[in-house]
Design a protein around this ligand. Structure first.
Ligand SMILES: Cc1cc2nc3c(=O)[nH]c(=O)nc-3n(C[C@H](O)[C@H](O)[C@H](O)COP(=O)(O)O)c2cc1C
Length: 272
């Protein structure tokens, strides 16, 4: 026990996990498909471990396990491209992560449409949300991975996905795919605007109120959702026609949050 107010005992709802899970907690950024070309052959691999490293000059980092064929290709080619797949590529991304370009031409195998980059040689994948072209400026082995630092030589975006310096979070089919872990992905569904207190004399009081406001908003949304799901279930039970387009939140897929799926066997669904 200590008197230091910053070092009070931990809360009850705290669970220790293996240190290997630190990387999983950092999941959730946009998934990318890394393309490379070496000896006239192109390859593609999904990647979640990426990060900005410098803004001036613009340098980004990707961490590639040493055993990946892409690690060898990037080491030789000294360049790579990041392609940001949208929702429709969900199943492609997972599938491409299960194959190695050492044994198969993945781009050809899944018939990915590509187009020419502007500053490197690796092809860019069509119908993505954005693209970054990079030249390798450093390759640092770290444990079982290699961190490739890439100087950004070109950036391209689909304005339906990215505008005004940020992801637009507009129509779902144009949003990037965020990898959460395993075979689960997500697409950002809500833009939340942060408001900082203007009253600098009592920021802690205003911020405490804001926590209450946010909790209230999330509780209200959950209650509305539960109410709508209850109504739907009753309609389906009666064998009635149900229009799910009127729902504020989508009907959850069966793997969602452990929430039991709607049994749709007895009803008729419109707009699902
Ligand atoms: C969503 C997703 C994210 C992944 N992230 C990474 C990553 O950050 N680094 C890595 O080395 N492998 C990652 N992988 C695994 C590689 O994509 C996978 O091993 C791939 O088959 C390697 O292909 P290659 O041997 O042709 O380079 C990821 C796989 C998936 C599906």
């Amino acid at each position: 026990m200590t008197d230091d107010p910053l070092l009070q005992p931990p809360p009850d709802n705290l669970e220790d996990r293996p240190v290997s899970e630190a990387s999983r907690l950092l999941m959730g950024g946009p998934t990318v498909l890394v393309t490379t070309t070496w000896r006239g052959k192109a390859n593609v691999m999904p990647l979640a471990w990426h990060t900005p490293l410098s803004s001036k000059p613009p340098v980004i980092g990707i961490s590639v396990e040493q055993s990946r064929h892409s690690a060898e290709m990037i080491s030789h080619a000294q360049e790579f491209a990041l392609n940001f797949p949208k929702r429709p590529y969900l199943h492609h991304v997972q599938y491409l992560g299960a194959l190695s370009g050492e044994h198969i031409d993945k781009i050809d195998a899944v018939q990915l449409a590509t187009f020419a980059p502007t500053t490197i040689t690796a092809p860019l994948i069509a119908d993505c949300a954005a693209w970054i072209e990079c030249q390798v400026v450093e390759a640092v082995p770290i444990g079982d991975h290699i961190l490739f630092a890439g100087l950004v030589t070109a950036v391209h975006v689909d304005p339906r996905s990215y505008a005004d310096g940020r992801w637009s979070l507009g129509e779902e089919e144009h949003r990037p795919l965020h990898f959460v872990g395993g075979n689960i992905y997500s697409s950002l569904s809500q833009a939340l605007e942060a408001r900082v207190p203007r009253d600098f004399e009592a920021p802690e009081r205003i911020l405490r109120q804001r926590i209450e406001e946010e909790l209230e908003l999330t509780r209200e949304a959950r209650e509305r959702h539960e109410e709508q799901m209850g109504l739907l279930e009753r309609e389906i039970e009666r064998g009635n026609v149900v229009d799910v387009t009127a729902l504020e939140m989508p009907v959850p897929p069966s793997a969602n949050d452990g929430e039991p799926p709607l049994d749709l066997s007895k009803g008729f669904i419109l707009g699902g």
